[in-house]
Design a protein around this ligand. Structure first.
Ligand code: MG
Length: 292
């Protein structure tokens, strides 16, 4: 199933997207439940409880306004740095130059604050040159955790996956490199477009799908997740070491080669740009870049 969170007639609703991708059937959640977006579905699934019935006729998708499937995650979004071999090479002299970590030993893990999540189609707002003029995109497959757990083994990790969505891990490169921790340069307001919906794990195996990204119609990134340095079970095992993962936790799995910083010379996002990410089996996440 594909779970979407959307606005319709002034209300936030949560629903199931039809197989043809043209309509969404709202579920009979209360307004309070629907306010949590897809977390309402994920929590029921994690507790092995049934979903509420569909409430009323399916709505054409072009007559609703999609929101991020989890508009406000219950805590920070987990993110993985340097997780495709070609991307590790393209930034080895810049972002990754002073990293002490052996890239083959342990993943780089950082987080984005929940408040920077925005909807498909929503503006990514440039912060102004006084804050940063080196804004970059990162197309990423994001894992959504279903059943929580601590010290999850690689062997059991995929049983904890509820599904998948797309995240654009928008980044201020100068701020990222200036600080030992990356969270500041990754968490600017509007810097986490998410969507268009969550595809459940019974419909997609995220371990081998295609991730592509275009800026203004020009393809910049094109890779398969089977090329990840650290695969999905390893990431789940890593993030749950000593920390209890919760239903609805999001793990953005890293970006392929082809970011703006990897170009020679680097090319930063500008007012009026449009970033379009497509992941096979999920759909399209497209956001305009606004301001400057
Ligand atoms: Mg990233």
């Amino acid at each position: 199933m594909r779970i979407a969170t959307f606005q319709h007639q002034g209300r936030r609703r949560v629903g199931l997207v039809a197989a043809d991708g043209l309509s969404v059937a709202p579920l009979a959640f209360t307004a309070e439940e629907a306010a949590r977006g897809a977390l309402a579905v994920i929590d029921l699934a994690a507790a092995a409880q049934d979903l509420p019935p569909v409430a009323g006729p399916a709505l054409p998708l072009d007559q609703v306004q999609l929101e991020a499937p989890i508009p406000r995650p219950r805590r920070n979004v987990w993110c993985v740095g340097r997780n495709y071999h070609a991307h590790a090479r393209e930034l080895r002299e810049t972002v990754f130059k002073n990293s002490n970590a052996d890239p083959q030993a342990w993943p780089i893990v950082f987080t984005k604050v929940p408040e920077c999540v925005v909807a498909p189609g929503a503006a990514v707002r440039l912060p102004g040159a006084a804050v940063s003029s080196q804004i970059d995109y990162e197309a990423e497959l994001a894992v959504v955790i279903g059943r929580g757990g601590r010290n999850i083994s690689r062997a059991e990790a995929m049983e904890h996956v509820f599904g998948y969505t797309i995240v654009n891990d928008v980044t201020a490169r100068d701020v990222q490199m200036r600080h030992q921790q990356w969270d500041l340069g990754k968490s600017f307001d509007t810097f986490c477009p998410m969507g268009p919906w969550i595809v459940s794990a019974d419909e997609l195996d995220g371990r081998d799908t295609r991730v592509r990204c275009w800026v203004n119609g020009t393809m910049r990134q094109d890779a398969r997740t089977e090329d990840l340095i650290f695969d999905l079970p390893t990431l789940i095992e890593t993030c749950s070491r000593g920390i209890t993962l919760l239903p609805g936790d999001v793990i953005a799995t890293g970006t392929p080669a082809g970011v703006g910083m990897g170009l020679n010379p680097p090319v930063w996002l500008q007012n009026g740009d449009v970033v379009r990410i497509e992941i096979d089996g999920i759909g399209v996440l497209e956001n305009p870049i606004v301001g400057g």
